[in-house]
Design a protein around this ligand. Sequence first.
Ligand SMILES: [Zn+2]
Length: 378
Amino acid sequence: MEGKGKSDRHLTLLSDIDLAELSSVRDENDVFLSVYLPIGRKSDLNASYIASRSRDISKALGKDLSAVFGDTMEMVGEFLDGRPVPGERGRVVFASSRTGLLRKYRISVEPETRMVLDTSPFLLPLAMLQDEYEDLCLVLLDSRQARVMTVRSNILEDRERTKIDLMNKHKKGGWSQKRFNRLRRGAIHAFIREVASDLECIRQERMRGIIIAGPGEAKKMLAEELPKDLKDMVIGMVDTDIETPEGKLLSLAEEVASIDEREGEMRCVDELRAAIMKGEPASYGPGEVHTALTEARVRTLIILKGTSIPGWKCERCGRMVPGEAPPPECPACGGAPSVVDIVEEFFEMAETIGAFTEFVEDSPFLESLGGIAAILRY
Ligand SMILES: [Zn+2]
């Protein structure tokens, strides 16, 4: 659900933003403005940042494009200055008065401050946030109550609550302790089965995984009760009190998700390493990866976070050269080349061909390959 045309005073979940669609948006000239602002603690600095970046960008532009930029700033000014809504930690906007593009997002996680004018929307920071904050399912239970929750963009939401009252339902006068225990076990089992079936609802949703939290044995019982595909989605079990407050639940979930994310990154780098060793389809370095992307052979693009490869690109013919300053005109077609971040260009190409992008926090191996590599389809 994207905030097109309707009120923009609501939070947008990261997983609801379609980057593939935005990746295909481009122009021959620098007409796309992208702004990322943290909201809250640091927002008093935003106005002066925007003012100073606007001056710098205007100065670097010719008269025509400077006018386009001015109009674009008018389109977004009110949104960038506006009061925050509850829970808002960041604001992101992509706009161009030339093409009419206007996307405004209030998000619940904090981005780093950026303001960029380019031939396409600058999506990399948003892509990395999406990678970091994938949706999660969190179950908190003991043997008599359960809450099924989702965590999306660091926002916790209750989905299902289930409860049994063992004492009132099952303890009647005159029962032997043995009979009571048997009935109690049966009731708990039925209860756990009910929680497992509550989890069916997340099957249709794209989730990083399921986290099971709570005191005692109920966690393990639930995991055993889950059908195989849901069981495979369990990324962690956490011992915690059934009364754990939501803030603490969120940080527990974040911790488990972050460990899972790092493990996923390592698996991805291991797969790359194995492919390179065995001579299976893989490529690394800007030149090779660019060729593979152009030929739509990339299955997974792997980017070491923090990698930046300056270069130039001709938007008219698509020629891209890493590591060089742009010539006055494109030697292939005579078009006007622009300075680009090759990594951002690669990400956009990967999105348009339906490849998956994995951002890796830390890997000396990947660093030794220049911070950019790809596992190929063939
Ligand atoms: Zn060209």
